[in-house]
Design a binder for this molecule. Structure first.
Ligand SMILES: [Zn+2]
Length: 282
């Protein structure tokens, strides 16, 4: 994909190089937490609170760079965010509504969020309380090396997936999920969480469909994106990390399911085709 004339979003907050808590290099343990944080844990608040206990206090307002992000990767992220803003503004307009754009925070190491302290080891996440996507660019390296997802389209897919969670928040879907918490069994909650995650994958596909020509998304990009979706399915991650698969503990869906819903969004480009809550077979 190429973004020659894509306007960069002005909603990127660059906190890199400020107030970061060094992790002293991510070892094996760090990588394990990263996988749990982004791919397995739909409930970042728990992880965040945990992380907070060992991190700097939340009250410390992080210093932040304002103005356009100028480095290559940062600029690319801002362009992807800009592209999602255009696509989702259009979708909301079609329904006679206005899309409230989320912010995206670039950070290294650790940073404060309204969901608690965000740490790079948790991977990218969306905090519904402050409507911000949190991204440490070290994760892009993991995409290439650990998850064998080269090219910039998998990176865009990760951002589009997190923005998908923002769209769910605006549509009131995440609130419904929150109401389930504590009222249903753990495995039932996990099942709902899988539907929420697969819908975010489908929404990422809707973005890819609608951004397609402008972002010059090629068939090869799609292949790489689907390979990334497959690499981060719960079944594959569990098999890699623990050697066996426990479907009741899935919170994001299997590789096959993630590919299927991402693909459905890419092919249809319609939000209505992403109703993962209304289907019997995922
Ligand atoms: Zn997610």
């Amino acid at each position: 994909m190429e973004f020659d004339d894509q306007e960069a979003s002005s909603n990127v907050e660059d906190r890199r190089g400020f107030g970061a808590v060094g992790l002293g290099g991510i070892g094996l343990g760090g990588i394990a937490i990263l996988v749990i944080g982004y791919f397995l844990g739909v409930d970042p608040s728990q992880l965040l609170n945990l992380a907070q206990q060992v991190s700097v206090p939340q009250q410390e307002a992080p210093a932040q760079h304002t103005g356009p992000v100028t480095d290559e990767t940062g600029h690319f992220v801002a362009q992807v965010l800009g592209s999602t803003e255009q696509v989702w503004s259009g979708v909301f307009e079609e329904k006679g509504e206005t899309y409230a754009k989320p912010h995206l925070v670039l950070y290294d190491g650790a940073t404060a969020s309204a969901c608690g302290m965000g740490r790079a080891a948790m991977g990218p996440f969306y905090c519904p309380n402050d409507e911000r996507v949190y991204l440490d660019l070290a994760f892009f390296r993991d995409l290439r090396t650990r998850f064998h997802a080269p090219g910039n389209f998998p990176e865009a897919y990760v951002i589009a997936h997190e923005v998908g969670h923002h769209v769910q928040k605006l549509m009131g879907i995440s609130d419904k999920m929150d109401q389930l918490r504590g009222h249903v069994s753990r495995s039932e909650f996990n099942r709902a969480s899988v539907r929420l995650e697969l819908q975010a994958d489908c929404f990422a596909g809707v973005w890819a469909n609608r951004a397609g020509n402008r972002a010059r998304i090629t068939d090869q990009d799609i292949e790489q994106g689907l390979a990334a979706a497959s690499a981060i399915g719960d079944d594959r991650l569990q098999r890699e990390s623990q050697g066996y698969v426990v479907p009741e503990s899935f919170t994001h869906g299997s590789s096959e399911q993630r590919v299927r819903w991402f693909k459905r969004g890419i092919e249809s480009g319609r939000v209505g085709d992403c109703n993962t809550f209304a289907t019997r077979s995922l």
